[in-house]
Design a protein around this ligand. Sequence first.
Ligand code: NAD
Ligand code: MG
Length: 344
Amino acid sequence: MVNMYYDADITTDKIAGKKITILGCGSQGHAHSRNLQESGADVVVGLRKGSSSWGKAEKAGLTVKEVDEACAWGDIIVVLLPDTVQKRVYEASIAPNLNAGDSLVFAHGFNIRYGLITPPEDVDVWMVAPKSPGHRVRTTYTEGFGVPALIAVEQNPTGDAKNLALEYAKLIGSGRAGILETSFTEETETDLFGEQAVLCGGCEELVKTGFEVLVEAGYEPEIAYFECLHELKLIVDLMYEGGIAAMNYSVSHTAEYGGYVSGPRVITPETKENMKAILTDIQDGTFAKNFVSEMEENGGKNLDRIRGEYEEHTLEKVGEKLRSMMKIDKTGSGDDCFNASNDA
Ligand code: NAD
Ligand code: MG
């Protein structure tokens, strides 16, 4: 069983007086920096000159400096850049500014787990990984709550790394929801597996394929969209609140029985073998190697091409039209906070 920490368990004050540099102001960066600042921390955001986030961050009351200057200023450097960019920025701007006793911090263990970044031994290396998209880190905080987070310690020469991680997690609001301790390896491998097999990859293919089967059988795309995509959120909300049994308690006996008999025809023993092969690619570094080479050597061209193909899918076209015609509960969609994800 892993330990769970809450606000009341986090009493020490190691982070007070430390200067926190947040590199990047995208999905996670904008949320961490604003939450930290509003919780009383001393924060500077590091951005490239001309970044489209610069003005938005300043408008939100944040202090912005160029990356090198921000790294020189901070005692705690938090790397909230895209995973494939981190090594370059580390070598150019972070490493030259790391002093003994500083902290190097991540929200995902990718660069440490796969050896892309090797920090000096006299620097604390820890992680605070919110288990949610960045905009939820922000909106839940503004609502007086937070999202659960994982913490992990990779290097601890000062002896304070775990306390610093817990305090940081508390300052971004996660101590209100619950903080769990893990390792860089466990976080990286389970995070990649979860998003590939279940949350992003598995889920989008399930939705898309179900939609295709209905439309190819002659049903109206709008009806297929509701069945295969729109209602998914309502079902997942029930699972989120009470697990699978609670979901089945709320749906009809017809849906429950149909689910039990047909679910295993969709997710077969072969699917499980495929999931195991995905996990192996993650564990042995195959996925990381391919992803870094796609982004750094191929300029993300395949990613752009596949994204374009998915955007052209009838499911997306129908969905766009339907959503513009309907009143949809957008709670938690992040419309009210700036999120400079994927800016130039
Ligand atoms: P993002 O793409 O939303 O934002 C990245 C930011 O970095 C942007 O502000 C961008 O302008 C900036 N940037 C890009 N290249 C740069 C460069 N060369 N120099 C300076 N700035 C540069 O990224 P994100 O999704 O917030 O991910 C950041 C980290 O958080 C990653 O390690 C990711 O795995 C982790 N994480 C993300 C989420 C999420 O919800 N998106 C959840 C958990 C963990
Ligand atoms: Mg993730």
